[in-house]
Design a protein around this ligand. Structure first.
Ligand code: ATP
Ligand code: MG
Length: 426
């Protein structure tokens, strides 16, 4: 019988990889906390309608990337492809929007895409969202928060910030008409995807990867020329705040975003160190989304970052703290009685040394074979209970790395001797 394998693009994250994830998650949790954001935990499955109404029907995600299925009650459900829609749904449903809210979440997202480096079908995002604040000071706060994350993760010199304003719905509609008028004259020169988008979602043509299409766009009208006054003023203020805070950015007039709900500020943090999957974090303002999903009109802004890409980048720049050891202390016993005695003492040690990784050998075997296992575990010291130790109420401490001497000592002296052994060795 053939083995059952994981679904393509849905990866196991193994014990040798999880330390990098834990490092990333710890930095994120501490940093968002430092800005006063509260964590919200959201379902992985939502009504399909939620994503259609928020992300937009003619987007890549809704058209071809969603995992959608009918449940046993024949309701159409979807594995969330992103987090903002569910977060807004929850904020409305739970009545969180009567005051400004700063929220964040983390978890798996699902998109049916072609798996490759930095692109999975189950991937993980951290999302940060702020509701109820229309002024660009919150835009600046979110960007500063993200910049601080890169700093904490040792990634600052590997990423750059791309910034744009896509204006109000009205100014975007006016621009859209002008863009379509221009591109329609050059329809034959457009790639197939862009031709299709000319009708359905022409703004997305701006971030086409096709060089010929990009060349054609050099002659196209610019979004910035169509911006309404308020969007212009807010964007200028945002740029001013970022400059004052020392955050460098590039204004990219062709930066739009793949989701329909954005307006005014949009931004992406990109790196050139991960090949084609260079965007590690993306976001923007979505002032219309709460009302669009049935809530009282409330401005919102947020961003999401891709954790797989961040872990890859951390590995790339060497900012992952690697520790291949699985244990600090490995406990060895000769025989059943010794094992039992050691077990009791080891629990006491765990009481006194929270945080220490103490692995007790299980499954028996000679002391010699257990010492081999202890060596392999990467532990600094082995603690050995043989017959003599059990009889005399002692334990033998054997340093496994470095210069220390093996010694047999009374149990009462163990905590202190262990402290010394571990601090000398490390
Ligand atoms: P891309 O252009 O790379 O497809 P996107 O615009 O679809 O990205 P968003 O919806 O803005 O991505 O998601 C925010 C971030 O989540 C991305 O910048 C990226 O870091 C990450 N991300 C998105 N899709 C995937 C995926 N399939 N696998 C891994 N990470 C992803
Ligand atoms: Mg995508």
């Amino acid at each position: 019988m053939s083995n059952i394998r994981a679904i393509r693009g849905m990866n196991d994250i193994l014990p040798n990889e999880t330390p990098a994830w834990q490092q990333l998650e710890a930095v994120v949790a501490a940093t968002v906390r430092g800005y006063g954001y509260g964590e919200i935990r959201l379902p992985v499955v939502e009504h399909t309608e939620l994503f259609k109404r928020s992300i937009g029907e003619v987007t890549d995600i809704v058209e071809k990337e969603m995992y959608t299925f009918n449940d046993r009650n024949d309701e159409s459900l979807t594995l969330r492809p992103e987090g903002t829609a569910g977060c807004v749904r929850a904020a409305i449903q739970q009545g969180l929007l009567s005051v400004p809210q700063r929220l964040w979440y983390a978890g798996p997202m699902f998109r049916y895409e072609r798996p490759q480096k930095g692109r999975q079908r189950q991937f993980h995002q951290v999302g940060v969202e702020a509701f109820g604040i229309a002024t660009p000071d919150i835009d600046a706060e979110l960007i500063l928060l993200s910049a601080r994350l890169w700093h904490q993760l040792g990634l600052s010199s590997s990423v750059t910030l791309q910034l744009n304003s896509i204006g109000s719905n009205e100014s975007r509609a006016a621009y859209r008409a002008a863009l379509v008028a221009y591109l329609a004259q050059h329809r034959d020169a457009l790639d197939a995807d862009s031709q299709r988008r000319l009708e359905s979602n022409p703004l997305r043509i701006l971030d086409s990867k096709n060089p010929d299409t990009q060349a054609l766009l050099d002659g196209a009208p610019e979004l910035s020329e169509y911006l309404d006054e308020e969007s212009q003023a807010d964007f200028a203020r945002l740029c001013e705040l970022l400059t004052a805070a020392g955050v460098e950015f590039d204004v990219n007039p062709r930066l739009v975003r793949g989701l329909d709900y954005y307006n005014k500020t949009v931004f992406e943090w990109v790196t050139d160190q991960l090949g084609a999957q260079g965007t590690i974090c993306a976001g923007g303002r979505y002032d219309g989304l709460v009302a669009q999903l049935g809530g009282k009109a409330t401005p919102g802004i947020g961003f999401a970052m891709g954790l797989e890409r961040l872990v890859l980048l951390m590995e790339e720049v060497g900012s992952v703290a690697h520790d291949s050891a699985r244990a600090d202390v490995y406990v060895i016993a000769g025989g059943d009685l010794a094992h039992q005695c050691a077990l009791v003492q080891v629990e006491r040690l765990r009481d006194a040394h929270a945080g220490l990784r103490i692995v007790q050998h299980v499954g028996g075997g000679s002391i010699k074979s257990q010492i081999k296992k202890a060596d392999k575990s990467g532990a600094m010291v082995a603690l050995i209970w043989g017959e003599t130790e059990v009889d005399e109420g002692t334990v033998t401490l054997k340093p496994l790395r470095g210069q220390g001497q093996q010694l047999t000592l009374p149990l009462a002296a163990l905590p202190e001797a262990l402290d010394t052994a571990l601090s000398v060795e490390s």
